[in-house]
Design a protein around this ligand. Structure first.
Ligand code: NDP
Length: 477
């Protein structure tokens, strides 16, 4: 893969850094140019020049561009999914699935162009009426993480473009390949010069320049980085949307369907190598069912096949990068030091290639006040916390420095509804894993897991538009 930046409709070459496959550290995947502040400013200027034209761009034509981009993502799902799997380490099936999701998102926002919101009100003043219209925010900077390298750039870009904004995308330097293909697809779909720009560069320089120079920044990443983004944006009064980390609880009650509970906990905790902001990291189990549930969960986690992302029988691919791999091992060491019992995993796994393979890890006898239950591991690591009853389970679930997703397994409608109402998280999952979401409804957490409006679905219009209230004196008729 020869990556390029895309600024003002021009491809900018230059190989400066290389990515390697986490499945095989000897396999080179891509070479990319590293842009600096000047390129970020050039992209912002191009996006600003293109803004008036894109705001008044014919609605049907704008919708058509997004639809064609979705069509191309679908047509190239195997190729993009394979690149994603090689560069990030998701299994091929997960990589293709994520690309198909990105295509669906473009199709959804192709329709949103035509459903652009607006409201009309009667006025208290005779002969007047009031129009509330939603206008583009302007130039949007999209800053994205490595763990969903096609879906997150797609849902930020498609929504921003649909509501009439121009975009500068800065993907994670760890996995930039899919963003390059997205730029290629948008260019081929007919996006006008400057409306979409791609700048590959470090968060500290390019990210900061984009936040300062854009009208709005939509950011997904770690909570600490999110705080920095918010601070930088405060100085330039840039509108901010943050999607950040999670430490998501999954409760299993005495009356749960155990097969369902085990499968939901296993999928939520370990699929996609646990590198999902909505993954289940705290499994909270009531005491009567605790031992039976844990026995089954240990048997289930042992069945996962860890291996090369492209091998057809792999269910859990490698950890995405060396830093994350080292942090995961440190996390396990800390858990043992704190007195947690290692029920499964916690060690590197040998595979046919030299990759970053970690066994899915289950920790027992953990307490909610242990450091391992306070900080996001962002790896294939889950801890079980034993509690007395539903009341204590909800209290433990909510006693957390994150508020993204939360889940419960129960056959009691009453318990499910009580949890739904009392959970402090932005997402509640009943008898289904904490991870996994639909693209046509709002997605996001509450502070400090999220800030400044929801993503996906029509709810994203709140962030990507500004309200204008117009009073019209048409005279008494
Ligand atoms: P980071 O916060 O490290 O980076 C995210 C992006 O921000 C990258 O593009 C990075 O650039 C950039 N960045 C880094 N520093 C700055 C800065 N000072 N100003 C502006 N941009 C900056 O997150 P990761 O990529 O490591 O992703 C993992 C994190 O993302 C986890 O905490 C996870 O929970 C969270 N996440 C949240 C989701 C949600 O929707 N709530 C979904 C997916 C992930 P670069 O690294 O290239 O220098």
């Amino acid at each position: 893969m020869k990556g390029r930046n895309y600024i003002d409709g021009r491809w900018i070459e230059g190989a400066v850094f290389t990515t390697y496959s986490p499945s095989d550290l000897d396999e080179k995947v891509g070479e990319y140019p590293l842009a600096g502040q000047a390129a970020a400013e050039e992209a912002l200027a191009a996006a600003r020049r293109a803004l008036p034209g894109w705001k008044r761009f014919n609605m049907q034509a704008r919708s058509d561009i997004l639809r064609r981009a979705g069509d191309a993502l679908l047509a190239r799902a195997d190729e993009i999914g394979r690149l994603l799997a090689r560069e990030e380490g998701k299994t091929l099936k997960e990589g293709i699935g994520e690309t198909v999701r990105a295509a669906h998102v473009f199709h959804f926002y192709s329709g949103e162009v035509l459903r652009h919101p607006g409201q009309w009100f009667n006025s208290m003043r005779d002969g007047h009426n009031i129009l509330v219209s939603y206008e583009p925010v302007g130039v949007v900077a999209a800053i994205t993480p490595w763990n969903f390298p096609i879906a997150i750039p797609a849902w930020k870009t498609a929504a921003a473009l649909a509501y009439g904004n121009t975009v500068v995308l800065k993907p994670s330097n760890n996995v930039p390949g899919c963003a390059v293909l997205l730029a290629e697809i948008l260019a081929q779909a007919g996006i006008p010069e400057g409306v979409f720009n791609l700048v590959i560069g470090s968060g500290g320089t390019v990210g900061t320049a984009l936040i300062t120079g854009a009208d709005a920044v939509t950011f997904t990443g770690g909570t600490e980085t999110g705080r920095k983004v918010l601070q930088t944006a405060a100085l330039s009064m840039t509108k901010v949307q943050l999607e950040l980390g999670g430490k998501n609880p999954f409760i299993v009650l005495d009356d749960a369907d155990l097969d369902l509970a085990v499968e939901a906990a296993a999928q939520g905790s370990w699929l996609q190598t646990g590198q999902r902001c909505t993954g289940s990291e705290r499994i909270i189990v009531t005491e009567r069912v605790h031992d039976a549930f844990v026995d089954r969960l240990v048997a289930r986690v042992a069945r996962f096949k860890v291996g090369h992302a492209l091998d057809p029988d792999t269910e859990i691919g490698p950890v995405a990068n060396q830093m994350q791999f080292d942090q995961n091992l440190e996390f396990v060491a800390l858990a043992k030091l704190e007195g947690a019992e290692l029920a499964f995993g916690g060690t590197p796994v040998e595979a046919r290639t030299r990759g970053l393979y970690l066994a899915p890890t289950l920790l027992l006898n953990t307490r909610n006040d242990m450091a391992i239950n306070r900080h996001e591991s962002f790896g294939p690591i889950a801890g079980v916390i034993k509690v007395a009853d539903l009341e204590e389970a909800i209290a433990v679930a909510n006693d957390c420095d994150y508020a993204l997703s939360s889940g419960i397994a129960t056959t009691s409608l009453r318990s499910a509804e009580k949890f739904r109402r009392e959970s402090g998280a932005g997402l509640v999952m009943i008898n289904t894993p904490t991870a996994g979401l639909d693209y046509h409804v709002p997605f996001g957490g509450r502070p400090p897991s999220g800030y400044g409006g929801r993503e996906t679905g029509a709810a994203s219009a709140e962030f990507f538009t500004e309200i204008k209230t117009s009073y019209i004196n048409h005279g008494v008729v």
